[in-house]
Design a binder for this molecule. Structure first.
Ligand SMILES: *Cc1c(COP(=O)(O)O)cnc(C)c1O
Length: 419
C-alpha cells in the first residue's frame, strides 16, 4: 500500500487529520530558513507555540499578585499540579489518584525505590535491562550500595541473546523463575531508549509478582509515544520525564505513578515534606505529619509553576488530540519510514527495532554497517537531526504531533545518497 514517491508522501499529509498540528509548533530552521527534518522528539520534543503564552500568564500573575498568586492567580498556584493530573493520567492509562507531576525522572525513581525497594539479606537483587539508560543503572547501583549490598552481585541484567538485539520476555521469565527468591525489584524501561523496543509491561508485572518482586517501569520513552495502560498492567510504580515526547521543555518536571493498590498504605516507608502532608491542614504548620493518599503522597516540595505551565500547554494539546489518534498516525508514519528504509538497495542497513508495530513506538533504531559518526555529521549538514549512538546506530523518531510523511520521505532520500 505504501509508495516510495514524494507525491505519495504529500498525499498522505493531505489526508492526515493531524497534519494541522505541525503549524502549532516551532520547527527549527537552518540559516536559509528551511525547516530542519527533526527526528529527535525522543530526546527533546519541540516547543508548542502556545507554551510561551502559558508561561507568560504565570509571570504576569506573579508580577500582579506576588504571594497572593497562590490563591488569586487565574490558575492558582496552590493546587496548580492538580490541573495536570487528569490529562497526564489519561496519557499513561492511569487513574488520577495514581499520578502526580513532580521533580525530575531520576529523582522520582529514587523516591519510589525508597518505598518499593525494601531489600532483605536474602531478597535484595534488582533486575534491569542490559541496555538500560545509564541514569537508571546508576540509580539502582547506588540504591544497592546505599543498602549495603555489592553492586555487581546485586544487579541482574536481562540481556538479548547472542547475535540478537531485542529482549525476549521468556528470558526474563527464566531469570525470575530461577532467582526470584533473591530478587526484590524489577526496574525496566517500558520502551527501551536504544532499541526502541516496547515491552509487554503487563507480562513483566505478572512475572515479577509471581515471585513477590516489586515491579517498576521507566516510561521516559513511553509517555506520549505508546499507550502503556499503567493501571491495568498492575505494575507497582512508574516514572517518566516530560521533555521527550511530552514536549514540555528542557529539564522539565517528571511524572510519577503509584498503583492504586498502594494508594492508602500509610505504612510504606517514604520521605516526607510539607507537600505530601494532608492538604487540609498543610498551613496549620503545627500538625504532626499526615500523608496524603495516592501519588500525591510522594511529593515533597511546592513545585515550580513556570515549568508546570509549559507542561500544561503541552498536555492541553494531547487532551485535544487524544493518544488513540496519535498512536494511529504514529503506526502509519513509522511504518512508512520502515518501508522506505527497507527499499534502500544496500546490505549496510539493519533496523534493530522490532518490525511489529505493537512492539515499538515511533522510534526506529537503524544500524549502519561500517559507519562512524561522520554519517551523523553529514545528516546534520543536510538539516536532518537524528541521534547517534556508538558504535553504529542512528536513532530516529518521527513524532506524530509534528512530523510529516514528507519529512520521512526526504530524510530517507538523503540517507540513500549518503550511503
Ligand atoms: C531520558 C531518560 C532519563 C533522564 O533522566 P533525568 O532524570 O530526566 O535526567 C532517564 N532514564 C531514561 C530511560 C531516559 O530515557
Amino acid at each position: 500500500m505504501y509508495k516510495p514517491t514524494l507525491d505519495y508522501a504529500q498525499q498522505q499529509d493531505k489526508e492526515d487529520k493531524l497534519a494541522h498540528l505541525r503549524a502549532q509548533f516551532h520547527i527549527p530552521k537552518d540559516a536559509k530558513g528551511n525547516d530542519w527534518l527533526y527526528f529527535t522528539g525522543n530526546s527533546l520534543g519541540l516547543q508548542p507555540k502556545q507554551t510561551q503564552q502559558y508561561i507568560q500568564q504565570e509571570l504576569d500573575d506573579w508580577a500582579k499578585y506576588g504571594v497572593e498568586g497562590h490563591f488569586e492567580a487565574r490558575n492558582p498556584w496552590m493546587p496548580y499540579h492538580e490541573f495536570l493530573t487528569n490529562s497526564m493520567a489519561k496519557i499513561v492509562g492511569a487513574k488520577p489518584l495514581e499520578v502526580v507531576v513532580m521533580n525530575t525522572l531520576t529523582t522520582n525513581l529514587h523516591l519510589l525505590m525508597v518505598s518499593f525497594y525494601q531489600p532483605t539479606k536474602a531478597k535484595y537483587k534488582i533486575v534491569i535491562e542490559s541496555d538500560a539508560f545509564p541514569s537508571d543503572r546508576y540509580a539502582v547501583q547506588s540504591q544497592l550500595k546505599f543498602h549495603g549490598f555489592d553492586t555487581e552481585e546485586g544487579l541482574i541484567e536481562w540481556k538479548p541473546r547472542e547475535g540478537e538485539e531485542l529482549l525476549r520476555i521468556e528470558d526474563l521469565e527464566k531469570i525470575v523463575d530461577e532467582q526470584g527468591d533473591e530478587i526484590a525489584l524489577l526496574l525496566i524501561g517500558g520502551v527501551n531508549y536504544y532499541t526502541g523496543q516496547y515491552l509487554d509491561i503487563k507480562c513483566i508485572a505478572e512475572i515479577g509478582h509471581a515471585k513477590n518482586c516489586m515491579v517498576g517501569i521507566d516510561l521516559a520513552h513511553g509517555a506520549g509515544n505508546i499507550s502503556p495502560e499503567l493501571h491495568d498492567s498492575g505494575v507497582d510504580f512508574a516514572a517518566w520525564c516530560t521533555y521527550k515526547y511530552l514536549n514540555s521543555g528542557p529539564g522539565s518536571l517528571a511524572g510519577l505513578f503509584v498503583h492504586e493498590k498502594h494508594a492508602h498504605n500509610k505504612e510504606l516507608p517514604r520521605f516526607a515534606g510539607w507537600w505530601n502532608h494532608n492538604k487540609e491542614t498543610r498551613f496549620n504548620m503545627r500538625q504532626p505529619f499526615d500523608v496524603m493518599p495516592g501519588a500525591e503522597g510522594w511529593q515533597l516540595s511546592n513545585p515550580p509553576i513556570l515549568s508546570m505551565a509549559a507542561i500544561r500547554a503541552s498536555l492541553d494539546m494531547f487532551e485535544e488530540v487524544g493518544m488513540e489518534a496519535l498512536r494511529a498516525k504514529s503506526e502509519k508514519l513509522t511504518g512508512y519510514f520502515e518501508y522506505l528504509i527497507n527499499q534502500i538497495d544496500t546490505d549496510r542497513i539493519k533496523i534493530i527495532t522490532s518490525s511489529n508495530p505493537k512492539e515499538r513506538g515511533c522510534q526506529l533504531s537503524i544500524q549502519v554497517k561500517n559507519a562512524d559518526k561522520s554519517l551523523h555529521k553529514k545528516l546534520t549538514e543536510n538539516n536532518i537531526i537524528t541521534d547517534w549512538r556508538e558504535p553504529d546506530v542512528i536513532r530516529c523518531a518521527p513524532v506524530p504531533m509534528y512530523n510529516s510523511f514528507e519529512d520521512v520521505y526526504r530524510m530517507v532520500e538523503i540517507l540513500k545518497t549518503l550511503l
